[in-house]
Design a protein around this ligand. Structure first.
Ligand SMILES: NC(=O)c1ccc[n+]([C@@H]2O[C@H](COP(=O)([O-])OP(=O)(O)OC[C@H]3O[C@@H](n4cnc5c(N)ncnc54)[C@H](OP(=O)(O)O)[C@@H]3O)[C@@H](O)[C@H]2O)c1
Length: 349
């Protein structure tokens, strides 16, 4: 097992990632040094590689999703110890610090962005959790105003009688959105390609409609009406082409006036927003730099327990790209070309 810090380095925007040996960083007081055993690829990785963004510091190391073993901890870290199996949201995307990038052997994590991973979950599967669940946690708890679980107020009970629509439910963020919505007690309506309908149902969706069906909106509205659960909440995991408009239309057509919709990308520039739906956008990293109490609760407490109790399972299915960190460039190209209900992961031996 290598003790060097092999990294996939981005020297400047628009170039290919290059394998280089970097020094192993030391954790600050609230930080964890993770020895990665699996790294998952996200669309953000290739977008930040290919296009100018808020990241200014180059060379850098991109990537958000890591899973491995705690190698060292800072003086104020109290929830994890050396040797623990963890997954984490690497925050280079927020702090522009390459030591916090996923695509290397050793990554610095913030303690609040760290999830405990039980022995029965492989490192590869563990790497599927961080980005997807941070995205959905900010969407649900900060943008849509959904109450956290385990509350028993009347308001919460009322909320649970509403339907939620997850558009693009076989994606990484969509599978997380379906699972969390089900755990929160919602009746979950979803869209996906027909070949993924049974899979999305196995994660907790009651009804799944093909998003390519020209009647998808009216079918979803009809299903929600028949179930007596207007679609008051929506999560558009895709947020491209016309998916956001279709999601909003389905909420309105179901009778979900005053409904709320969270997107993963901005509303299409120049397109008019429909009246009657409150529309906002999630930003995953904010769970750990802005909504820090929520983010810490979500990762350190809720997810760590829900994964242990098998209430939340790894999703979507993992496809391992051989070659380790040197294959980062290839992994990002696969994601860029488009995947279906698949998380692209590399192993780090
Ligand atoms: N704002 C944030 O903080 C944040 C965080 C994470 C991700 N994102 C963004 O969210 C988007 C999704 O990321 P991801 O990692 O979840 O994607 P992903 O897993 O790579 O998405 C692949 C899935 O997209 C589905 N899909 C493709 N086009 C669709 C459409 N028009 N309608 C419905 N489903 C469609 C496919 O479903 P089928 O195979 O069933 O057809 C496939 O399973 C990306 O643009 C990403 O950059 C934003």
């Amino acid at each position: 097992m290598s003790t060097e810090n092999l990294a996939a380095v981005l020297e400047k925007v628009g170039t290919a990632l290059k394998p280089l040996i970097l020094s192993i960083p030391s954790p600050g007081e609230n930080e964890i040094l993770i020895r990665n055993h699996a790294i998952a690829a996200n669309p953000a990785d290739w977008k930040l590689r290919d296009f100018p963004s808020h990241l200014n510091k180059f060379p850098t190391v991109l990537g958000s999703d890591v899973c491995g073993i705690v190698s060292a901890i800072g003086s104020k870290v109290s929830k994890f110890k050396v040797g623990d199996r963890i997954a984490g949201f690497a925050l280079v995307i927020a702090n522009d610090n390459p030591e916090h990038g996923a695509w290397q052997t050793y990554t610095l994590l913030q303690e609040n962005a760290t999830i405990r991973i039980p022995d029965f979950v492989s490192y590869e599967d563990g790497a599927t959790f961080p980005m997807a669940f941070a995205t959905v946690a900010v969407a649900y708890f900060e943008r849509l105003g959904i109450d956290r679980p385990l509350s028993s107020s009347q308001e919460v009970q009322q909320q649970r009688q509403s339907g939620i629509l997850v558009w693009g439910a076989s994606s990484s963020t969509g599978t997380a959105a379906v699972q969390l919505a089900k755990e929160l007690g919602f009746k979950v309506f979803a869209t996906a390609s027909p070949k993924n309908h049974e899979y999305v149902k196995s994660l907790g969706a009651s009804e799944v409609v093909d998003y390519r069906d020209p009647d998808a909106v009216s079918k979803l509205a009809q299903l929600a009406k028949e179930a007596g659960t207007p679609l008051r909440y929506g999560f558009d995991s895709i947020s491209e082409r016309n998916s956001s408009l279709l999601t909003a239309d389905a909420l309105l057509a179901s009778g979900g006036e005053g409904s709320k919709l969270a997107l993963t990308s901005p509303w299409p520039a120049g397109d008019e927003k429909p009246a009657g739906v409150e529309i906002s956008m999630t930003i995953a990293a904010l769970a750990f730099v802005h909504h820090v109490e929520m983010g810490s609760w979500m990762f350190n407490e809720y997810l760590s327990q829900a994964i242990e109790q098998k209430k939340i399972v790894p999703a979507p299915k993992v496809r391992v790209v051989d070659g380790g960190i040197a294959a980062a460039q290839e992994a990002l190209e696969i994601v860029k070309a488009g995947v279906s209900a698949t998380k692209i992961v590399v192993r780090v031996d």
